[in-house]
Design a protein around this ligand. Structure first.
Ligand code: NAP
Length: 240
């Protein structure tokens, strides 16, 4: 089994790559530069699997197409695609620049579409699995994140549409929606904001990258065989 994971250098993507490697997948780890995935590649090795690193800007459509075909050739197929790369550029609507809106949409939403289109043929051949990492923010919204929330909500519609398009070829396409997960993306929050937010999570703690990775692993394994077009929330009850 060959799995490609974007945003695999750190955080949630790193945990997903390691989890899939543990299950025996050969993992293509993708980040902005191959060197950034060096630690993930060795963690995959320690987990008993095999991983290779590539660098690309997920927003660059033609480079993504080239990368997917290289991975397909070098690793001998493509069975699993995890679209996890994403960025935030938070600002209230009235203060948000067009650049901040466009940058988040380009990386988070267009990046996901770029990989889906480039990988569709190999995935149709293998009857593969796709997991798109969205966010509960795409459902419930968040002040200061209009760009990010729009991108993540877009991923949900993209997921359902592509699930319908590829179902006849046996490809399952789902979205996972993490809540508040401890990674670099959320590290910038103040202690007070963190305490307030974690206090509002019914399960009483911030999530770990592994909490998300285990759900992704389930969807990519035998348990995911009859699940497609779904949006699965992994947020400790945050969005309830
Ligand atoms: P993170 O720690 O900030 O890591 C982001 C990853 O995306 C890195 O591997 C980064 O690579 C990669 N990336 C960013 N821009 C890229 C680009 N243009 N081209 C290629 N790779 C790019 O983020 P995270 O918290 O693990 O989040 C992972 C995903 O989960 C994101 O889609 C995020 O929106 C979503 N999510 C996170 C949370 C949370 O609470 N953390 C909640 C809900 C959803 P480099 O290292 O090379 O920069």
């Amino acid at each position: 089994e060959v799995a490609l994971v974007t945003g695999a250098s750190r955080g949630i993507g790193r945990a997903i790559a390691v989890q899939l490697a543990r299950r025996g997948a050969r993992v293509a780890c993708v980040a902005t530069a191959a060197e950034r995935c060096a630690e993930t590649v060795s963690a995959c090795g320690e987990a008993g699997g095999e991983a290779h690193a590539w660098g690309v800007d997920v927003a660059d459509t033609s480079s993504v197409a080239e990368l997917v075909s290289t991975v397909h050739k070098e690793l001998g197929g493509l069975d699993v695609l995890v679209n996890n790369a994403g960025i935030t550029r938070d600002q209230l609507l009235l203060r948000m620049s067009e650049e901040d809106f466009d940058a988040v949409v380009a990386t988070t939403l267009t990046g996901t579409w770029n990989f889906l289109r480039a990988a569709a043929r190999p995935l149709m051949k293998s009857g593969g699995r796709v997991v798109n990492v969205a966010s509960v923010v795409g459902l419930i919204g968040n002040p200061g994140q209009s760009n990010y929330a729009a991108s993540k909500a877009g991923i949900l519609g993209l997921t359902r549409s592509v699930a319908k398009e590829l179902a006849s070829r046996g490809v399952c396409v789902n979205a996972v929606l993490p809540g508040f997960i401890a990674t670099d993306m959320t590290a910038g929050m103040t202690e007070d904001a963190r305490a307030e937010l974690s206090g509002s999570i019914p399960l009483g703690r911030v999530g770990s990258p592994e909490d998300v990775a285990r759900l992704v692993d389930f969807l990519c394994g035998p348990g995911g065989a009859y699940i497609t077009g779904q949006s699965l929330i992994v947020d400790g009850g945050l969005s309830l």
